[in-house]
Every structure is written in C-alpha cells, then in structure tokens.
Design a protein around this ligand. Structure first.
Ligand code: EPZ
Length: 429
C-alpha cells in the first residue's frame, strides 16, 4: 500500500486551486438515476469515492463517461434504462454514501434492493432516518440478511418528513426520492449544508421543483419526469479548509482559489482568533502566518454554519503546536478522535475523554511513522508532518485518496516536501 512521506519545516507559499466537492459530487451522481436523459457534471473531482460510485452506477445501468473538456474535468452520466435495482454489499460498504441510490431507484423504477452500509471507524452511523424518510414517502421497506428491500409499485407519494435531528445524508436522500413523488413533500429539521443547496440547484436544473435548501425547511413539489442538465459541482469547502489550516500550520502565505466566500467562515474565524492572517477574496481566501506562534483556541463541531466535523482533525493538528491549551469538542460523531493517538506519536500532548479532547501545545513535533484511520484523520497527520522535525510517513493513505485530489502536487507546488511512496517501498515516479 502507498504511503506519504513529509519532511517538515518548509513554509508554504503560493496558490492552491480548490477542487469540486466530493460530498456534493457523489449526491449529484446519484441524481442521474432519476432521468433517462444525460446529466453532465463539470468541476468533477477525480477521487476514489467518485470512482466507487461510478462503478456502482454502471452496475445499475448508468453509462458513466469521464473526460477533460473545455470546462475542466467532467463526468457524463446517462441512465437511459435502469437495468438493475440491486446495490450489493461489496460496493456499498466501500463507500457509505452509495446507500443514497436507494431513494432514486425506488422513485424511478418502484423497487430496489440495497445493502445496509455497515460500520464505520468514526461512529455507528445508522441509516434509520433515511429509511424513515423513504417509508414516509410510501415505500414498503423490509430488512433481510443485511439488505433493504424497498417497494413502491405505484410510485412514491408526497409526505411531511420531520427529522428528530439534523442529518446531511438523510435530508439529501429524502430530496432525491421526493422529486418524482406524487404531490408535495416538506422536510422539517433539514440539514443546511451548502451541498444541499448544490443538490437543489442540480435537481431544479433537471426540471424538479425544490425550494428552501440551505434552510431547515425544504419543500418539494413532485413532477412526473426529470430531464438532462449540465451542472458544475460546488467547490470543496473541506478541502479549502484543510489547506487553510495547512498554511496556518506551516507558515508563509497561501492563496486558495476556485472556491467562493461563505463556505468555511466558522473555521476562518477560529484561525483569526488563533492569530493567523485571513483575507477573504472573491474566489476563496488568503492565509498568512509569519513566524509567530499561534494561540490555542477552543472549538466545538456543529452542523453548518457551525464548525465542520470534517475539519476537526485538521484543527487538532494545528493546535498541537499552539501556545496554551485548546479544548476540542466533537458533537456529530461519537468516535472521531482516532487521529489523537497518531498525533501523539509525533509528540503532541493530547488527552481525550468522551467527546472532548484537550490539546496542550508543544514547541516542536518530531517526525515518526503514523497510520491513517479515516479520510480527515489522515490529512491531519500530513498537516502535522509539515512542521514535525525530520520525516513523517503516513501509511494506509487509501483513506486520503478517497477525498483529496492530487494532494502531494497541490502542497508541493507551495514548497512542501511531500512525496508518495508506492506500495513496494520505492518512490513513485
Ligand atoms: C455527511 O455524512 C458527510 N458525508 C460526512 O463527511 C460529514 O462528516 C457529515 O455529513 C456531517 O457533516 C457525505 O456527505 C458523504 P449525517 P452523513 O447523516 O450524511 C447520525 C467525510 O469525511 N445519523 O449528517 O452520513 C450519524 O450517525 C464524511 O467526507 C443517524 O443516527 O452524516 C451522525 O452521528 C465523513 N441516523 C449524525 O446523525 C441516520 O439515519 C450526523 O450524520 C443518519 C445519521
């Protein structure tokens, strides 16, 4: 398996273009199941997760064609006919969001058999709210031998769906299913993440009638059919936030481009509070730090527009060398501190108790061999490696490849000494 090696100590100076958002791209790809006409997605990131979903969609009958056009990387998805409603365990377990094909399959062809996704390293992550939504829309749901069997032979019906707490995936899933339902659906206590707005805009470009995404109440007036469309995937706010933290950690000046304002304000406020220079620009931001040590600040993760759980690990890495003690509270997932013991291998001083970690900043981290445990945890180790004395090698970086496009190239272009070592131990050419 590949590893990433980082030699710490170099400042970052330059510009990093932000890619399209993984967590939006995979939901828009699932939307292609809702129409027999082609859906063209531009600003598409090329990631392991988009490949996984492409593989599943092909199995369901979707033609998936990737190309580099005048608008950059794009993917054309054409579900002229759904040839199978079966999403097997081996494909769904590789990427949990594959579960979101269930709603579109039932909406379009009245039936589906989709594997339950199973466990996850960051928490139990059940799908009960997803099933509650699809059932409310009139599908008959049965669970057998690890599979969800959903049936709605006469189509889905508009419904009121009230989620007991906010779930990004369940809100998206309910939207994907309700667009072809007969009548009006209202989702109460909907997630407000920017990816929901992206999904609404994509569905509406395909002829759907969705309003309110980005607020806690989403209203969907069902239509009989959707048509093809072209949509650019929203910029990846988590990738943007990750490089903002990396710049604050390593020092120097980095301009993040190809993004948009308002996606990571909660993080930028915390970076300012810690003492980093932050300047918002029309298509991103500039992050600066010139030598001085950052101050410890506390964070608590929350649904959007709060501090994103997907940036918590990166911020913890940043706090390992800040002056003072930082308290980091994780409120979204119950087991999302797996990076803490790995950061401690680099010399960080961290104690974890329940949903809270206390990070006492040290003057200097030391390079070591560490292991990635999930996508965001793995990039937090790369960020720590940027300032650790000597070499840090991060193994199991298949996690990293799920969500960060050309990471070594993007950081390397700003002066970081980062290289990929191929599985046989030899550096990759
Ligand atoms: C999405 O996951 C993202 N994934 C996650 O990013 C992100 O951390 C999360 O939203 C929160 O922002 C994708 O978009 C593919 P949730 P999702 O449903 O939709 C519980 C990354 O690194 N819950 O909002 O699965 C759940 O266990 C990933 O890119 C239920 O109990 O998150 C969690 O505690 C990691 N029952 C909470 O709700 C359900 O039916 C919020 O999860 C659904 C969720």
């Amino acid at each position: 398996m590949d590893r990433i090696a980082i030699i710490g100590g170099a400042q970052l100076n330059g510009s990093i273009p932000v890619s399209g958002a993984k967590n939006s791209a995979i939901k828009l790809m699932a939307a292609s199941l809702l129409t027999d006409e082609p859906l063209r997605l531009t600003n598409m990131p090329r990631l392991a997760d988009t490949r996984f979903l492409g593989k599943l969609l092909k199995r369901l009958g979707v033609e998936v064609t990737e190309s580099d056009g005048p608008d950059g990387q794009q993917t054309l998805l054409h579900a002229a006919e759904i040839t199978s409603g079966f999403a097997p365990y081996d494909l769904v377990r590789q990427m949990r969001a594959s579960f979101n094909v269930l709603g579109p399959l039932v909406a379009r062809s009245g039936q589906a058999k989709v594997s339950l996704p199973g466990g996850c390293t960051i928490g139990a992550r059940p799908v009960d709210l997803h099933l509650q939504a699809i059932e409310a829309l009139g599908a008959k749901i049965d669970l057998h031998e690890g599979y969800v069997y959903a049936q709605a032979p006469r189509g889905l019906k508009g419904a009121e769906i009230t989620f007991p707490f906010v779930s990004v995936g369940a809100t998206e899933h309910a939207m994907l299913a309700a667009v072809l339902a007969d009548g009006v659906s209202v989702i109460h206590n909907a997630a407000c993440e920017p990816e929901l707005v992206d999904l609404q805009e994509c569905l509406n470009a395909m002829g759907a009638k969705v309003e309110g995404a980005g607020t806690p109440t989403v209203t969907i007036t069902g239509v009989a059919r959707l048509h093809g469309a072209t949509r650019a995937v929203i910029p990846d706010r988590i990738e943007m936030g990750t490089y903002a933290v990396a710049a604050a950690m390593a020092g120097g000046e980095v301009r993040l481009t190809n993004a948009r304002p308002g996606l990571i304000d909660a993080l930028l406020d915390k970076l300012k509070e810690a003492g980093a220079g932050v300047e918002q620009t029309a298509d991103g931001c500039i992050i600066r730090r010139n030598g001085h040590r950052l101050e410890a600040v506390d964070i608590e993760t929350a649904p959007f527009p709060g501090f994103a759980t997907d940036l918590q690990a990166q911020f913890m890495a940043l706090m390992t060398t800040a002056k003072g003690e930082s308290r980091i509270r994780e409120t979204i997932f119950e087991n999302r501190f797996m990076h803490a013991p790995e950061l401690m291998r680099l010399g960080a001083d961290i104690s974890v108790s329940g949903g809270e970690a206390r990070v006492r900043g040290v003057e200097q981290l030391e390079g070591a061999e560490v292991m990635a445990t999930d996508l965001r945890a793995s990039v937090s180790l790369v960020i720590a490696g940027l300032v650790a004395r000597g070499e840090t090698t991060v193994s199991r970086i298949y996690h990293l490849d799920r969500g960060f496009e050309r990471l070594e190239e993007k950081l390397g272009a700003c002066g970081a000494q980062v290289r990929r070592i191929a599985g046989d131990g030899e550096p990759e050419l």
